[in-house]
Write a protein that binds this ligand. Sequence first.
Ligand code: HEM
Length: 527
Amino acid sequence: PAQAAQSQRDTRTTPAQKHGDAPVTPMTTAFGTPVVDNQNSRTAGPRGPLLMEDVWLLEKLANLNREVIPERRMHAKGSGAFGTFTVTHDITRYTRARLFSEVGKKTEMFARFTTVAGERGAADAERDIRGFALKFYTEEGNWDLVGNNTPVFFLRDPRKFADLNKAVKRDPHTNLRSARNNWDFWTLLPEALMQVTVVMSDRGIPRTFRHMHGFGSHTYSFTNAGGERFWVKFHFHSQQGIEALTDAQAEVLAGKDRESHGRDLFQAIERGDFPKWKLFVQIMPELDAETYRFHPFDLTKVWPKSDYPLIEVGEFELNRNPDNWYQDVEQSAFAPSNLVPGIGPSPDKMLQARLFAYSDAQRYRLGVNHHQIPVNAARCPVHSNHRDGAMRVDGNYGGLPHYEPNSYGQWQEQPQYREPPLRIRGDADFWNFREDDSDYFSQPGALFRSYDPAQQQRLFDNTARALGDAPDFIKQRHVDNCSKADPAYGAGVAAALRKLAESGPADPFAPARPEAGFPRATPGAED
Ligand code: HEM
């Protein structure tokens, strides 16, 4: 047995293995047979051609060709860490979700932070939304809250999501990111203005992943033990504070270190400086939604805290770096459809589309059995009678019957977790949400007015630079949209555009002169 254990140690990596931990690691093929020479290919004579029988060379070449999997279509560049969520306040009157069942309760979790538009190798310090994806391993299954660092989004209708992705990514002709495409699309959708304002503000480039808030953004639902439903929004407040980079600071940083945010997160956790976020919820009683003064499931709007104040729930800290980035971060799969009893969706049609899109993307990106990958696997018993598929390695339910109903009590449904019925009515049509509620300007206006003069000036300048070489009519359309939010907002952007035009084309080789100190956010309308 000792010999068997030894050979296992030799041929398998243990999660804890790092540089220098294991001085002797004999090399084998993927099937465990010894590799006798890893320096020299097998040839016919010292100067002769390769021999086909050099199977280790063939295996190396073949494996290399298959190392890359598709990157996520958006949010491709990311960093992740494991952590712990702790309940600090009782919210059982709103939800029966077991992870919130008692104060002091701890739940293991995993987080992944990302930029959206950049590809897998893009620089971290770019002006963009940041993804804020959380996976809680609860005893009733995984709950994934796949949010962003902003409480709103560009769109109200998922019909436009594929177009958004095209507009912010590369141009089909030039393969360059295009200010024209980006701003043409954004400015034609006035509902995007709140999100555009946040991205162009200081919060558009967080100083690090640790210095940003997170939001579930959509409205979700809570159901309590008595079968009452509430609408809920999730807010995660950084305990490190909110700090940002200016364009000039980001330019210098990205020039020196493309991985600045990933490096910061990894190093903070390695040195034991565990980042923390407090969880708050906003709760709306179910029937309020029918009479609330604006559409409560509109993802382009926040619920004012004067109407629905923040209620503290708990805190999570990230305290363990993955031992292997590819295994745990690249192969992680977050899906808004991973909901647990007591937490459900809302009628927000953006969220409804996301309930489909993520697992579908992951079946393509990682395969149909990606739920077996350790970072994705639930940490409670799993009994779904899906069978087979590529890479099924968990026993595949052995000889249990694979059909239901059956006479052996297998795969019994659990009606005790049924949600209360949701009243839905209406005629099927392509309803134009613009006719439902078209006030896209009050909230960006209020957000703009919550900034101090220096923050407003940075918003103007960031916007003018980002509009870049977009045609004038597109710039003007944005100025007009901003003016509808607040005349001073439009005037400020117009002035910044004029100033930039007068200073002539930017010299791409001129060194950036970054400001000293990092902009810190004051609590804004987006908190
Ligand atoms: C990633 C679709 C809106 C946050 C993704 C992925 C898809 C997708 C297909 C890649 C999934 C993967 O390969 O694992 C959509 C669609 C949307 C939408 C169809 C709207 C209809 C949103 C919104 C948010 C968001 C509103 C935030 C509130 C994220 C995050 C990730 C992501 C954080 C990265 C998850 C990770 O770290 O793996 N989205 N998305 N998305 N999306 Fe969305």
